[in-house]
Design a protein around this ligand. Structure first.
Ligand code: NAI
Ligand code: MG
Length: 358
């Protein structure tokens, strides 16, 4: 099948890992008879340097025409002193908003031989494999009023959701559970918050539409505890913006390195933006040592969630696990045995596995 993919390398290691993802996708295209058309645009610091803005209209327009978008990372010391409208991060928030990407999916998996790299006990982390579905464009981060009052002596933030906003993210949670083990945990604070009471109502109403999914409700404080004491009890977690922000960072300690964590941000029609969780890593940029796995696994998510290429997504995920199993790893992974390799070699090993499987 023919797909049009926009690449936004951004800054620092973003440029390096995007090129790895492109190599992997080209291998998938060859092996599985797809045709991927890539178009590269600027975002972040690179766009500031070239166009004087972190998010040029040409980039937004290109993303709107695309079947999916892959983003590397933005930011770096070069732009740290810029006024806020000229910060690279503005480009990131701007593109999520411009594309109405309301569903943020973060899979967190304890890769077999990386377990000891987590600060948690190996026996706790072993077998953990979960997906957090976080609402991304509503709730406390976007509610108004949000302001200081009473001469700075009081303050207000507002948590608003419409029923529609809750329904669409809850649907995404159920659908993700259907594609995985069929277990969905809805996280809220329904013992206190009115917004959470509506959230829970919607989840209960939706249950009938997804009879193959088993649902439970967990309060967010309990969920925070269970995530690091018994992570294997979770498969798909669906939750609102603030809770999802906190829980997904907490859950990321289940894996050994930030260099392994992919993410997807989706909207209704399946168009999505896929990016690693890590930033532009200026400390290692240009050295050829960045771990490309988070970006490559983000490309796998693109195949699964935007294109429904499930076999192809799985082969990429298997490739990453297989290369790690063989002992190859980049320097960010604290593995004593095996062989440390750079970005290019890691990418080639993954590409070779894909070619050997088909
Ligand atoms: P960071 O994620 O870029 O780096 C944190 C640490 O992890 C560094 O030591 C880095 O070398 C290492 N690291 C990250 N990804 C790696 C990879 N793939 N392979 C090997 N090592 C890796 O976060 P930091 O240092 O807080 O931010 C650096 C810049 O990135 C800042 O300008 C920040 O604003 C930006 N940033 C951008 C994000 C994005 O584009 N989504 C997200 C987070 C930060
Ligand atoms: Mg966060």
């Amino acid at each position: 099948m023919k797909k049009h993919i926009v690449l936004l390398p951004g800054d620092g290691i973003g440029k390096e890992v995007i090129s790895s993802a492109k190599d992997v996708l080209q291998a998938i295209a060859e092996e599985y008879n797809h045709s991927f058309n890539f178009e590269t645009h600027e975002i972040g610091g690179a766009a500031i340097d070239q166009y004087g803005t972190p998010l040029p209209d040409s980039t937004v327009d290109a993303c709107k025409q695309a079947d999916a978008v892959l983003l590397g990372a933005v930011g770096g010391p070069k732009w740290d002193q810029n006024p806020s409208h000229l910060r690279p991060e503005r480009g990131l928030l701007g593109i999520r908003k411009a594309l109405d990407l309301y569903a943020n999916l973060r899979p967190i998996k304890g890769f077999k031989n990386l377990l000891h790299a987590s600060p948690l006990k190996e026996e706790v982390v072993a077998g953990s494999d979960l997906l957090i579905v976080r609402e991304l464009t509503g709730g406390l981060y976007f509610g108004t009023p949000s302001e200081r009052r009473d001469n700075g002596n009081s303050v207000v933030d507002t948590l608003t959701y419409t029923r529609k906003e809750i329904e669409r993210i809850v649907d995404k949670g159920f659908q993700a559970a259907q594609q995985r083990s069929g277990r969905l945990t809805s996280v809220d604070k329904a013992n206190v918050l009115e917004s959470s009471k509506m959230w829970r109502e919607v989840v209960e109403e939706k249950k009938a539409q997804y009879p193959d999914v088993v649902v439970d409700h967990v309060l967010v404080d309990a969920a925070a505890m269970k995530l690091i004491t018994n992570p294997t009890q979770f498969d798909v977690i669906v939750t609102e913006n603030l809770f999802g922000d906190i829980l997904s960072d907490e859950a990321s300690v289940l894996t050994g390195s930030i260099g392994m964590l992919p993410s997807a941000s989706l909207r209704e029609d399946g168009v999505g933006l896929y990016e690693p969780v890590h930033g532009s890593a200026p400390d290692i940029a240009g050295k050829g040592i960045a771990n490309p796995c988070a970006m490559i696994l983000s490309a796998a998510m693109m195949l699964r969630y935007s294109f429904d290429f499930n076999t192809e997504a799985k082969v990429i995920e298997d490739a990453v696990q297989s290369v790690l199993d063989a002992g190859y790893h980049t320097g960010d992974l604290q593995i004593e045995e095996g062989r440390q390799v750079g970005t290019a070699e890691m990418t080639k090993l993954i590409v070779d596995y894909i070619k050997s499987q088909h």
